[in-house]
Design a protein around this ligand. Sequence first.
Ligand SMILES: Nc1ncnc2c1ncn2[C@@H]1O[C@H](COP(=O)(O)OP(=O)(O)OP(=O)(O)O)[C@@H](O)[C@H]1O
Ligand SMILES: [Mg+2]
Length: 219
Amino acid sequence: MITACWSLKGGSGTTVVSAGLALSHQRRFGERALLVDLAGDLPLVLGMPEPSGPGVTEWLAAGSSAPPDALARLEQRVGPGLTLLHRGEGDLSAASADLLLQVLTASGRTVVVDCGVVVPGWSVSVARQVAAEANRSLLVTRPCYLALRRADVLPITPSGVVVVRESWRHLTDRAVAEHVNAPVVLTVDVDPAVARAVDSGLLVSRLPRRFVDGMRAVA
Ligand SMILES: Nc1ncnc2c1ncn2[C@@H]1O[C@H](COP(=O)(O)OP(=O)(O)OP(=O)(O)O)[C@@H](O)[C@H]1O
Ligand SMILES: [Mg+2]
């Protein structure tokens, strides 16, 4: 099962939601999970050292010349039962995601992909293709007009919306769902404990309980 998380605007919370979904799923079901980073911030958000060496982009560039287990060998351990495929330094705009989606599906694991910002008009990229073809495509957004007006011209249709709720805003989940034309499947509160855990690189070891519990609807 591949879940893709993407946004229409930077800073929406996509990377934190991606990490939270994978961590919550792994802790709840005790199954192995894989995080795939197409946006670049997951190692930092997970408190890992900046990765060196090849990542997804280098694997994509190698194409079918790479041995069948090459992608699995690039996975790095995040914690018990959770691994990360880091983005690498290459370009995502020209490659096709077909092989990546095939290999990730064949792994039989729960996979969460951080696709970053996906907006119309950009050249078709691996991130956009993954966001369009994943089993679940989750648009992560703040309930904010500046983000939602970009939903007027959606690059792809999400299967669900994750609202990163800021208590001081007035837009309701219902208004967001109507605007995007997709159901709100999860609401995550902006929580100072989450921000502190991210800033100090402790999201994995000190994942706030209410954040994990809040993810249950989707993780
Ligand atoms: N649930 C939350 N509670 C508190 N702070 C949050 C939460 N989710 C995200 N943040 C904070 O908001 C900021 C943006 O989050 P994040 O990096 O996940 O967004 P993003 O959509 O991935 O951004 P980018 O477009 O730059 O990749 C970060 O400082 C993060 O710590
Ligand atoms: Mg991000």
